[in-house]
Design a binder for this molecule. Sequence first.
Ligand code: UN1
Length: 496
Amino acid sequence: MSHPTYHNFIAGEWVPAAGGKTLLNLNPADHSDVIGAFPASGAADVDSAVAAAKKAFATWRLVPAPKRAEILLRTGALLQERKEKYAREMTREMGKVLAETRGDVQEAIDEAFYVAGEGRRLYGVTTPSELQNKFAMSVRMPVGVVGLITPWNFPMAIPSWKLFPALVAGNTCVIKPAEDTPLSTYNLVETLMDSGLPPGVVNIVSGDGPGAGAPLVEHAQVRAISFTGSSEVGSLIAQRAAATFKQVSLEMGGKNAMIVLDDANLDLALDGALWGAFGTTGQRCTATSRILLQRGIAAEFTERFVARARKLRVGNGLDENVEVGPQINRQQIETSTRYVEIAQREGAKLVCGGRALTDEPYAKGTFFAPTVFAGITPQMRIAREEVFGPVVSLLAFDTFEEAIAIANSIDYGLSTALYTRDVNRAFTAMRDLEAGITYINAPTIGAEVHLPFGGVKQTGNGHREGLGALEFFTTWKAVYVDYSDKLQRAQIDNAE
Ligand code: UN1
């Protein structure tokens, strides 16, 4: 079967990888459906892209920020027109159901409109000088050429979280999309170009991590790296980027807990748990992967939750009746399978699913049955390590304090949720849960673009996307203007 060949996008031109190699982008619901061949880029391609970005920076940084923002405004409007087409293409390359890929494109639209408003803000600070007739202010400057490395689970939303704030601030970008889902990044960049973005301001280098990501991280001309992906890769990136003193923003794994107290609205908690655990086939860094149940409701919750998990319709995400799409690739199926084995060896009770689906109509894709483990203890690996698949663990607890301690007893700290009607406990949880995000009476997934997104502990290195993104993509400059017409020595001439 024939399929299109895509190239890298460098200095506004489509160019094949210097080495001529390609990687196939497959539909995870049907691996015989090839979306296209994408470049398997290497260091030479990264060099060209960085050179183009560096050249474009000389002029892009001087474009007034409100003008840069207008391009994003147009991008948001064009994405609205293209939403359905891009969502369908995203489901074909990534697998998640259409309602969710529409949401993914919508998240990029939201980000475009949110960040476009920053073009007329990008606030700095003025402050009095300690000297007379001297003016002091701090202004935000672009960082320069930035490298963006994005994951496959939010193929358009996450690139938009990084590209748009980087651009409004005056940076130029080289983006390396995940090799499983590059098309959605192409669609996003195509829309930016159609909105009037000058050539060279955004460049795409496709390929895998070792081939294309590593040279970007190590490149001397790249001033910052923004990465979303696993904690394992994030740690490697931080170490390698340290050699050239790059700023690095890392958004990584999670093992997100939902706590359900005895007084919770159980119907609501069940809806939330099902969506949090199996939405996006569990492949969100915010996915609910631990459900902590207070003893009084644990049995009823478990029974009702498992009954509903069993009934979830798994299949091709383009079918509007399907609720759970495939996993992205064979490697993820292997990870889910391995964790099922680990959990069973540890004594966890498999109550639903637990295996790859290989019979028709699943034979050509990479599907995994929605999986529930009960009887989990907090020390088990299944309760501590990220699976990134449709696998959820149920743990029982007695007191609220115990639940908070269990929720906090892991190395990650991205998202958390509490279901209760007790306002005192809600506020205590907001204060005490060690996580970048806490939901009350809502599941662990579903962050909005204009709030800070990111986590603590091994989830991140202190940066935030959304509300925090401009902090990362700008650097402060302090400016002093002395209008006294004489030399004034700070700390000396004004001293007693
Ligand atoms: C991710 O899984 O990396 O909050 C991002 C959410 C989405 C973003 C998830 N808006 O679940």
